[in-house]
Design a protein around this ligand. Sequence first.
Ligand code: MSP
Length: 557
Amino acid sequence: MTGWKPVFRAHAPARRLLYSGSLGSVSAQMPKEFFITTAIYYTNSSPHVGHAYEMVLADVIARYHRLKGEKVFFLTGVDQHGQKVQQSAAKAGVPPAEFVKGISQKFVDLGKKLDVQYDDWAETISDRHKKVVRGILQRLFEEGKIYKDKQAGYYSVRQEQFLTDKERRPDGQFGPEWGEIEFREEENYYFKLSQHKDWLLRYLENRADAVVPDFRQTELRNAVEKISGDLCISRPKSRLDWGIELPFDKDFVTYVWFDALTNYISFAGYDAAHSTLNSQPATFRDKWPALQIIGKDILVPAHGIYWLIILHAIGFPDDQMPQLLVHGWWNLGGAKMSKSAGNIVDPFVLVDRYGADALRYYLISDIATGQDADFSKERFIERYNADLANSLGNLLNRTLSMISQYRGRKLARPKSVESRPLDEYGLHVSPTLGLTEYVNAMTDSAPHLASQVALNLTVQCNQIVDAARPWVLAKDSAEREHLDKVLYTLAESLRIIAILVSPVLPRAAHGIFDQLNWKMELSGKEERFRLDDAKWGGLPDGHVVGKPVPLFPRIEG
Ligand code: MSP
């Protein structure tokens, strides 16, 4: 494949696929379940395209692992406590509990709308979560890892943390990333963070892919070197009461990060009563460690420092640390989308107008994982029309129309096409079909490159049609087998393309299978697609295809 460039390798070595020629074969050391998480979304305002991207990215990776036959546990959800939520609720004039219900529902709706198939939904106001957060805090308190102290200083309302001089820019000011700053004096509880600094540096030294892409790991390491103070983990109820009450002091709630980060284990079955991983319930051990998808804004300090240190402090060994896959932002006009800046793109409007697959495709194919991209409606329509309408949709339509017109919908599989597709038309996909590149791209969490493999196949098939000119072959009885070969090649390629695009375009993949009249007994079900079936020659001789129905109508204007 031209332009193929491996970007980085995601997923912990322990869960790496050993690709050994037979697709989908997995190594014996794999955990029983592939556990993947997104960040949990603040319920202070409605979702935008940036949130949609993160959910879809995780969904594509999760679907790919299911495609390989793995058991997957995909966790996403909402972050419901904290000052921002309390403030937004007050502004709306409703109690926080009611306010978060409304916004949480919008995130649930977004997942549904985008065909995001998660296995569990994290809501931090739920009892099972609170129990784990309290249990962990109590344990750390009893072990002397949490203490009470008084602090006076500048506080970032947006980041919900006190700021020190280290956060100041060279001009002495705090940067805009901290939002509104106010002076506060408070008694609070602190988690002994800085004593784990050396451990974290060592851990990052020993595990090169703790964070991917690797430039993010470098960024994290630089930040870890600057750790000096401990982490304030509480807020007095007099200031913030929308949170989880500390188990050892009813006048305080826990500060947002200790609450939010814990979701990754509380919803996976972690039991705070057990301090070693070996004594955790099997349901938890079968899943952990997770691949965690987060945006670049919450690597430092939240996930890269607080989360890893919290896990270390509560007894997780180094080889059981999660891997952090850090994606970039979808910007609008060069700036990060945010409701307060008033530059958001509403994913609901796009899906209502163009369909879930169209938005999924754009969000996945037009950004390189780890990098930023600028959202553009023109570009969205351009990619849709070029790749989906003109290339994939057109290939399906013309292939089925020709099989119907020239062969009464029945495929013949000449011997010469059984093992290899049409070499004479330069179908380079033979005999590997680009599958190695596809698997590598997915393993690298680079679904934009994997989509490109499927698209390349599609483009080549359309070129075959143009070069072979089946409408001419159909007029010449001496070309009968040649035409059979062309038609079989196209239909069989479409079957394989459907499998390859299924993580990104689940609806279209079902549409292609339906129209090919393939595996109809599994229609609509996920088991319909298996990476192992992406091998040449699956359609049998005499297979009868269905009728063509437009899959991706062109977007005009
Ligand atoms: N609630 C915290 C995360 C707690 S995780 C234990 C939070 N929430 S958020 O709603 O602000 O962001 C959630 C995720 O969405 C983050 O990973 C963030 O990077 C991602 N995105 C928010 N805006 C985005 C874009 N414009 N583009 C891509 N991702 C973006 O932070």
